[in-house]
Design a protein around this ligand. Structure first.
Ligand SMILES: Nc1ncnc2c1ncn2[C@@H]1O[C@H](COP(=O)(O)OP(=O)(O)OP(=O)(O)O)[C@@H](O)[C@H]1O
Length: 305
């Protein structure tokens, strides 16, 4: 398979600190991979290794088939990077700044105007960056990372400081990049927003990779229960409990709602029962474990080893 990123047993030490410790993974075109982990887990270092800004102390890194630290300009031009903290000259306008980066990267003439339009900053193109809000600066940073339609886009905590609407717009742009075959790697602490937006999740802890897969794969490995919530008519919770046979762990939330945590096997058996006659509920809701629960699970599993 054609891979845009390949990391093989990569380690990066800073003195005694193992910022990245034996990490291997690969990323194909069209994948959106979320790097998640506590502060100091090694996310930024991993991104810097892929950019060639840090060299591995062991193992190998290949981006677009090349060692990114070797300084090959053709590879660099096909990489886009949004750093954790974007900092632009406040005295320049958005357009001037982007034009500067387009020239630096050998981008198309007037590409800055198309990018400003795309990220919704055309109306402020001629305003000085010193007057921009945090969200506007972050969007300008994303526009800068998108110059030349990169094959690999590395985004370090890109949605920090963005309001919910801007986050949606941000992920819409990520999907557009994904659709044209870019590999997008983004680090984030906002686990809930990654659901439905990342095709794969890599969990890091103390520089090590402790989980890697789609959300469904991680759910399958973790075998965490699904929350089943049943609603009935007001005052009907008692009858519902009796019909369910008062299973251990059943929680009565109020007079008409009960909740149960079901293993994958219990869930299937329960669903078969609910399909029968006379099930005394009006509505059923199933909530599979979210990324925050999976994350906590993998971390606690690691800690107990
Ligand atoms: N240049 C450096 N010199 C010394 N130590 C470093 C350097 N860069 C990173 N580290 C250390 O490596 C570890 C991993 O840091 P890194 O910035 O990669 O984590 P992170 O997961 O991105 O954290 P955050 O979520 O806080 O941004 C930390 O212990 C950090 O202090």
């Amino acid at each position: 398979m054609n891979l845009n990123v390949e990391l093989n047993s990569v380690a990066r030490r800073y003195g005694r600190v193992k910022a990245v410790d034996g990490v291997s993974f690969s990323a194909a075109p069209g994948e959106v991979i979320a790097l998640v982990g506590h502060n100091g887990a090694g996310k930024t270092t991993l991104i810097k290794l892929m950019l060639g800004l840090a060299r591995p102390t062991a193992g190998s890194v290949a981006v677009l088939g090349q060692d990114p630290a070797a300084g090959d300009a053709t590879v660099r031009r096909r990489l886009g990077y949004l750093p954790e903290t974007v900092s632009f000259n406040p005295a320049l306008t958005g357009r001037e700044t982007l034009r500067f980066y387009v020239r630096l990267k050998g981008g198309r003439r007037d590409e800055e105007d198309a990018l400003l339009e795309r990220i919704g900053l055309a109306h402020a193109a001629d305003r000085r960056i010193g007057t921009y809000s945090k969200g506007m600066r972050q969007r300008l940073g994303l526009a800068q990372a998108m110059i030349g339609t990169p094959a690999v886009l590395l985004l370090d905590e890109p949605t920090t400081g963005l309001d919910p609407e801007l986050r949606q717009q941000f992920y819409a742009i990520v999907r557009e990049m994904q659709a044209v075959g870019a590999t997008v790697l983004l680090s984030s602490h906002a686990l809930n927003e990654l659901e439905g937006n990342a095709s794969r999740v890599v969990i890091l802890n103390d520089g090590r990779k402790i989980a890697d897969g789609t959300l469904d794969e991680l759910r399958h490995i973790a075998r965490l229960p699904t929350r089943i919530r049943l609603k009935t008519v007001e005052g009907g919770a008692k009858r519902l409990r009796e019909w369910m046979g008062e299973p251990a762990g059943l929680r009565q939330i109020n007079g008409h709602i009960v909740e149960l945590d079901a293993t994958p096997e219990d869930k299937a058996a329960f669903l078969r029962r609910t399909a029968g006659e006379g099930a005394p509920f009006e509505d059923l809701e199933m909530v599979p474990p979210g990324l925050d629960e999976l994350y906590a699970h993998f971390l606690s599993e690691r800690a107990s080893r």
